[in-house]
Design a binder for this molecule. Structure first.
Ligand SMILES: Nc1ncnc2c1ncn2[C@@H]1O[C@H](COP(=O)(O)OP(=O)(O)OP(=O)(O)O)[C@@H](O)[C@H]1O
Ligand SMILES: [Mg+2]
Length: 297
């Protein structure tokens, strides 16, 4: 970020949901010479076609029914600053064409203006959790626009691949929520730490943040225990050795995993061990998204 933020380069931020794309976009803006200019965010998935276009480019009075006043679009608002186009992968083809033109010529037209174009000086930062290269291959996203946006690609890895970040972030959120909620909560039990480290965090930093917030709220103790951490499920294939939870779903998941391990993934035998029918076991396996194949010998 330190390298690319100060440059005028167009940036494409990619990463799963909750990895911090929006946060990174704001760091790019505030770490650039445009920091004193506006930082304008647009969620391209929230609006469709005409609405998004009028949001981005504005419209003249009378441009369409209901356009009673002139409206300044987000690109104009972002002049001398940065525009952050979030969920760019969801943009329609016509809007893509217009955004491409802004990138190429730094100018565009308000909707309903007859050929009068507006010049802007805007840095464009975009983000998506889609694989844009794949979208290009499938013909859903313009290749020329993709190249223009992808001058610099900042790819944020999922939290489960940033093991070194998990505990510092956990600590950071603990301190934050202890202060926010004025609660004296100072740390985590070793079992809680273990649970946090092992979990796969499909919702990434946002999920971690929400879990810690809940844990701080729920904790009656200065030290957060594993029972205060309600996570969606356990990382696949993790041994459930210390049964430090009373959460029924987790106990069940742990039992199923142990049975599958003991029977090397033979569901019929595992069902016997668990005292349920293979049908019920199979149902639970798909319901809990347990990767039973990983237990096969
Ligand atoms: N490194 C970090 N330090 C502190 N908080 C973080 C960090 N990364 C992300 N967060 C927090 O996690 C939450 C999710 O981040 P953000 O909204 O930027 O994710 P996103 O990638 O845009 O997600 P989505 O794809 O769902 O829109 C926010 O509350 C953000 O403040
Ligand atoms: Mg986002």
């Amino acid at each position: 970020i330190k390298k690319v933020a100060p440059t005028p380069a167009t940036i494409l931020i990619t990463g799963e949901t909750g990895t911090g794309k929006e946060l990174l976009a704001s760091l790019v803006h505030f770490g650039s010479p445009r920091a004193k200019g506006p930082f304008v965010k647009v969620n391209c998935a929230a609006l469709h076609d005409n609405l998004l276009e009028s949001e981005l480019f504005g419209h003249e009075r009378g441009a369409f029914t209901g356009a009673e006043k002139l409206r300044i679009g987000r690109f104009e608002q972002a002049d001398k600053g940065t525009i952050f186009l979030d969920e760019i992968g969801d943009m329609s083809a016509t809007t893509q064409a217009k955004v491409l033109r802004v990138l190429q010529e730094q100018e565009f037209e308000r909707l309903g203006s007859s050929g009068k174009s507006v010049k802007v000086d805007v840095r464009v930062v975009t983000a998506t959790n889609k694989d844009l290269r794949e979208e290009v291959k499938e013909g859903k996203f313009r290749q020329d626009l993709y190249f223009r946006l992808n001058v610099v690609n900042l790819a944020i890895p999922p939290l489960r691949e940033r093991l070194d970040d998990i505990l510092p972030l956990t600590r950071f959120f603990l301190n934050k929520y202890a202060v926010d909620f004025k609660k004296k909560v100072t740390g985590f039990s070793p079992e809680a730490i273990e649970k946090i480290r092992r979990y796969a965090w499909p919702g990434n930093v946002r999920e971690l943040q929400n879990s810690i917030e809940r844990a701080v709220l729920l904790s009656d103790d200065e030290i957060i225990g594993p029972h205060n951490l309600t996570l969606e499920g356990r990382a696949e294939g993790d041994p459930v050795t210390s049964v430090d939870t009373m959460n029924l779903e987790e106990l069940e998941r742990g039992a199923i995993q142990r049975a599958l391990r003991a029977t090397r993934g033979v569901q019929k035998d595992a069902a016997d061990l668990l005292g349920i029918t293979p049908r019920v076991l199979n149902y639970k396996i798909s319901e809990m998204k347990i990767d039973w194949k990983s237990f096969r010998a």
